[in-house]
Design a protein around this ligand. Structure first.
Ligand code: DIR
Ligand code: MN
Ligand code: MN
Ligand code: MN
Length: 312
């Protein structure tokens, strides 16, 4: 298998400094080497560099020009990596980058299903957001059913929402804003919160999510993984932690199941902020990140198979 890594040191989708250093600390934890140990051909495309779009602002949407510049560049880069026959690992940065990575994936593979692993639904528009932070809006920007709820967004004309909300499933939810809940109910969005993980277990939750968004087992899969889906006891370094989250074991198993589908073509890993917490906290969080990413690209807790030709 072939994998391409894209770093996105973007942090203007929210207000806390430090998320932009996510790619750097995850690479420093031997990301490339760990993936190579799985027998993968890994190419690191480095961090994206983008130009800020100088556009008129939009009410209650911070740094629209920066966001538009970053995500349009990321979309292009994701298409390029997929065209080279590689699965894409995008490392953030905050979750607003999902607009670029998923747009690129959909443009390249057309039929895409998304698992959004997060404590939050990221389903606000500029009209419903209480924060004005774009990292709380990517799902609403990406999905065609929600297109009518947006004003014209200068700088975002390259992005026409081509993903149906029926092809999106949430796992890990436990902090949903009032209007987000309304939207989830109105459109019957597939959403598994922590209550469901508690009730059914992570294994069944992942299979139920996949059977809803990809019943024919034919779509190209995209996992957009917000590290705040994890319990802050295991991943403390993130901007908006919420108690009572997924265990690292549950997150790893989620990724193992998706990996076994052989259709995981893109993984976003976002919201790790190494400027939050102690040095020990950062080490815990980065290690958790590495384990989750490894599981997504084929690491087996049963031990790796011996390659053919070594034993015989
Ligand atoms: C909140 C927080 N729903 C907002 N969202 C976060 O700002 O829209 N997403 N933290 O990850
Ligand atoms: Mn998020
Ligand atoms: Mn979140
Ligand atoms: Mn280990």
């Amino acid at each position: 298998g072939k994998v391409g890594i894209i770093g996105v040191p973007f942090e203007k989708g929210q207000r806390k400094k430090g998320v932009a250093h996510g790619p750097q600390v995850i690479r420093a934890a031997r990301l490339v080497q760990e993936l190579e140990l799985l027998g993968l051909d890994v190419k690191d495309y480095g961090d994206i560099s983008y130009e800020v779009k100088h556009v008129d602002g939009v009410n209650n949407m911070s740094y629209l020009g920066d966001f538009a510049g970053c995500t349009s560049c990321l979309s292009e880069q994701v298409q390029k990596v997929l065209k080279e026959g590689r699965r894409v690992l995008t490392i953030g940065g905050d979750h607003s980058l999902g607009v670029g990575s998923i747009d690129g994936h959909v443009k390249e593979k057309k039929d895409v299903a998304v698992i959004w692993v997060d404590a939050h639904a990221d389903l606000n528009t500029n009209k419903t957001s209480e924060s004005g932070n774009v990292h709380g809006m990517p799902v609403a920007l990406l999905t065609s059913e929600l297109a009518d709820y947006w004003p014209h967004l200068p700088g975002m004309d390259w992005q026409q929402p081509m993903l149906s909300i029926r092809n999106v499933a949430y796992i890990g939810l436990r902090s949903i804003d009032r209007y987000e809940r309304l939207v989830i109910e109105k459109f019957g969005i597939t959403a598994f919160g922590m209550e469901d993980v508690e009730r059914y277990g992570i294994h069944d939750v992942v299979y139920m999510a996949l059977s809803k968004i990809d019943p024919d087992e034919s779509k190209s899969l995209h996992v957009s993984f917000d590290i705040d889906s994890l319990d802050p006891l295991e991943a403390p370094c993130t901007g908006t932690p919420v108690r009572g989250g997924l265990s690292l074991r549950e997150a790893v198993h989620l990724m193992e199941i998706v990996c076994r589908s052989n259709r995981l073509n893109a993984l976003d890993f976002v919201e790790l902020n190494p400027h939050i917490g102690s040095q020990h906290d950062v080490q815990l969080t980065v290690e958790a990140a590495i384990h989750i990413i490894q599981a997504g690209f084929g690491y087996s807790r049963r031990g790796l198979k011996v390659p053919k030709g070594i034993t015989d």
